[in-house]
Design a protein around this ligand. Structure first.
Ligand code: PLP
Length: 384
């Protein structure tokens, strides 16, 4: 009998829901019309697209015209940040972001700095991965055009006070972009209430397919379309991915409906997971604070251990978790999130991330409990 596969890396991607596969299927077979075509199967695709857009807009508390479909959050981030910069270049060239953003945000800002004369600055976080709001305020300038701060961090799950960020920026006429990729299905989210100008989400993070996402552009936001065309209100050229959009809308609906229940379950599982780890390694510590992190994500430091080796050893026991560190050309870099939280290189490299989602069950946690101590012991012994 093969061991149960335990998937605890939902922050990386999620299994596609069966309902999503079922809803998408007709758009690959019978309903293959181009949503811009005037005849019946084209109109059918257009209707499905409109319905999906309305459902997602309603779930986020915003207007349908503010929802732009893209090929994922990375594309949304590129279009939002470059578009906001170009559309407001006359007002200044200064952009602020947190030190713990997803690499997609940092990469766009590096591009703007190198190629388009932007001045970019990072704002620090505290040891729990929470943005230092006073530092943000002190760094705002007359020529600041954009502030980009993620809602929930993908490595430790820390939740930022986006309303406070918006409050500071609004009175100075500065736009706010907030990456909400890790929020959907994991905490309540109302974009209109947050008050941000720009945001993004990604279908594959909540049980939808990969390669489909949303860019949220609040009405009245001045954005230069960098992928201009006739589709998606002029913000995103290209034939729409109708199957992906339909699938993402179904996944979104289920994620939002199940959110409260999952939040309670994940909080319980998180506690159990940490106890299992603590039993094996009494010196283990949580990176971040339980109070200010979403329940679905648990980042743990195991002193003296290699996170990379532990992830590989757990994989051999059929358990999937992640390190959060990036591997470039054979050298392993410590996570920029953990180092920004003040951890040293070795501490950051000795951490693992466990993340839960809609399929996570008590059986998964129990199985994790059965294998963890043995696997951890092996890793410690082999590391000498
Ligand atoms: N932002 C965050 C916080 C993420 O976790 C991810 C995915 O890893 C992305 C952006 C990029 O999303 P996508 O895979 O849709 O490009």
């Amino acid at each position: 009998m093969t061991d149960r596969f335990v998937y605890l890396d939902h922050a990386a991607t999620t299994p596609v829901r069966q309902s999503v596969v079922k809803a998408m299927e007709p758009y690959f077979t019978d309903k293959y019309g181009n949503a811009s075509s005037p005849y019946s199967i084209g109109r059918e695709s257009r209707a499905a697209l409109d319905k999906s857009r309305d459902a997602i807009a309603e779930g986020l508390g915003v207007d349908s015209r503010e929802i732009i479909f893209t090929a994922g959050a990375t594309e949304s981030i590129i279009n939002s940040i470059i578009g906001a910069y170009l559309g407001n270049r006359h007002r200044g060239n200064h952009i602020l972001t947190s030190s713990i953003e997803h690499p997609a945000v940092h990469a766009v800002l590096d591009f703007l700095k190198e190629k388009m004369d932007a001045e970019t600055e990072l704002v620090d976080v505290d040891s729990n991965g929470i943005l230092k709001l006073d530092e943000l305020e002190s760094k705002l300038r007359d020529d600041t055009v954009l502030v980009s701060v993620m809602n929930v961090n993908n490595e430790v799950g820390s939740i930022q006070d986006i309303k406070a960020v918006v409050g500071m920026c609004e009175e100075r006429g500065i736009m706010v972009h907030s990456d909400c990729v890790q929020s959907i299905g994991k905490m309540p989210l109302d974009l209109a209430d947050l008050g941000v100008d720009l945001s993004c989400m990604s279908g594959h993070k909540f049980g939808g397919p990969k390669g489909i996402g949303v860019m949220y552009v609040r009405q009245g936001t001045h954005l230069e379309p960098i992928c201009e065309g006739s589709q998606e209100f002029g913000f995103r050229a290209g034939t729409e991915n109708v199957a992906g959009i339909v699938g993402m809308a179904v996944a979104f609906d289920e994620a939002v409906k199940g959110q409260a229940e999952h939040e309670v379950l994940h909080a319980r599982y998180k506690q159990q997971l940490f106890e299992i780890i603590r039993d094996a390694e009494p010196a283990a510590e949580i990176n971040g604070d339980l109070e200010t992190c979403i329940p679905a994500t648990l980042s743990v430091w195991l002193p003296g251990c290699s996170g990379e080796m532990l992830v590989l050893a757990l994989d051999r026991a059929n358990v999937a978790v992640s390190t959060g560190s990036a591997c470039h050309t054979g050298a392993i870099d410590p996570s920029h999130v953990l180092t920004a939280m003040g951890m040293g290189r070795l501490e950051a490299l000795g951490s693992i991330r466990i993340s839960m989602g809609h399929t996570t069950s008590q059986e998964d946690i129990d199985r994790f409990g059965e294998v963890f101590a043995g696997v951890y012991e092996q890793v410690k012994v082999s590391a000498g």
